[in-house]
Design a protein around this ligand. Sequence first.
Ligand code: GCB
Length: 598
Amino acid sequence: MKGAVLAVLLLSTLCVHAQENSSTLIANVDGRTIISLDGTWNTIVDPYETGLNLRVYEDAKPKSSSDLIEYDFERSPKLHVPGDWNTQRESLLFYEGPVWYQRDFSYQKRPHTRAFLYFGAANYQARVWFNGQKLGEHVGGFTPFDFEVNDLVDGENSVVVEVNNTRRLDGVPSLNTDWWNYGGLTRSVKLVEVPETFTDNYFVQLAKGRTDQIEAWVHVTGPAHEGEATIEIPEIHLKQSARLDDSGRASFQFPAHVQLWSPENPKLYKVVISAGGDSVTDEIGFRTIETRGTQILLNGKPIFLRGVSMHEEAPFRSGRAFSEEDDRTLLTWAKELGCNFVRMAHYPYNEEMVRLADKMGLLLWEEIPVYWDIQWQNPATLENAKSQLREVISRDHNRAAIAIWSMSNETPISPERTQFIGALAAYARQLDPTRLIGSAMSHIDRTSAESRVLSDPLGQFLDVLGLNEYIGWYEGKPEDADHMQWQFAYLKPVIVSEFGGGAQYNRHGDTQTRFTEEYQANLYEHQFTMLGHIPQLAGMSPWVLMDFRSPRRLLPGIQDYYNRKGLISDQGQRKQAFYVLQKFYAEKVKEGSAVAIK
Ligand code: GCB
């Protein structure tokens, strides 16, 4: 009983600290002086969350042999950061609960600088202590967060993080997902050093619908946030300054004659942002993205999005992808398919992957994990979804690759749901008025055997309608697609954001035998016939690039806890459908250039 009371008291004080210490989220951390805290961390698996009572965050050592300390980070097993714990230790494959991470590092604060502890992501909830002091907490498994550690830095430092991937009914996502709930410090951890007054974020993009005008803002934080901020693009001899207002924000609007970014010419410019003594450099591409009627326009011209959906899953070894090699392998496969577009389902991926898409010329759909059913009526759940949205937009809003912010995936229709996602869409537009807003929808009216209507009222808030449909897999036979007619309640561009079927690599049979490569390839062919009958179609992203782990996929010998709808196996083997889609996209490119020539 005493223990329980203590735990409650302790928890309430911890919560207060969390709010006190919340701080600015630094954009472009790799443009800063950083000390990488990646590598080996000591870890304590703590299924009953005993560590809180034991105060493991103090990382104490017994001073004498009579001292009772019932944990020892140094002698505990290790895990690599970044990385999920599930695929690093066999006993943790299905583990959901708290794990304590600890590591030491040397760092002495330098005069006139500030230091922030920055986490690329921790799934799902993290509580952070620095030299025994609580810094704060973060909820949401796929977005970055940081804490200022200035006054706590002390030469030899100890960081303790409790990461808890317990699924929560009120969470985003909630209890049920078709992907693995990889826990841990899944992305890099860094100590970021910045001047006392510094630019924490900036937005430098073409004005909506203008290919000759940049609209920008710069935000400066710190004791001396006055004077001017400057944006320079040396390659075009451009230098513009603007006054910082009382809140440390400067707004810009100026003409700029730039080579436009596109998948064919992913041109990036070096951009230098300075204010006071601080300066940070980025690489930014310039392009416009809009809709006109049922078309998507890139740089004012219609574009068909030849896409593929994917997960942030590591090729060859499974687990959460995090390395340059993982990212490059996945995006290179998309390129090899002939894609100019990737749907990053169902949550924000690592920043490096988005930056790589910028360089490789792939347009992106980036999504937050508002997936299936969540607590639409819970204000805290909405706040949670909003902060995940804010964090990803603030991280990636300078990437030319990002074309679409997706609010959600396959949410069941109800007034509360529509209001919830409507609020998210409005918030996204306020944070970034330049991107398109989308969502993947799957609740469809069957008006007859051969006609389907997408009338989800969510459509009113969107620029592009995402349609997920599984004709030939969850519904009917692949051939049923041939005569299917689609109608849409909103005259907006449609992206068929998912279709597909399962196939185990090298499993063969006739086109009617489930889980064979032949079945999957045939399904794709019939889908193409159907897609040809959708006049509003502006793009597609079939499900899915590579097989991925999912606890919902139980069929032994075939699924073995993998969703097998990949065009490529988890071991990198291309299935027949890969080549079928590749051929289809090659034809699309030919058609596109024929139209352009006419
Ligand atoms: C869907 C979901 C996706 C699943 C997929 C499937 O509709 O959006 O997350 O993995 O279907 O394979 O069932």
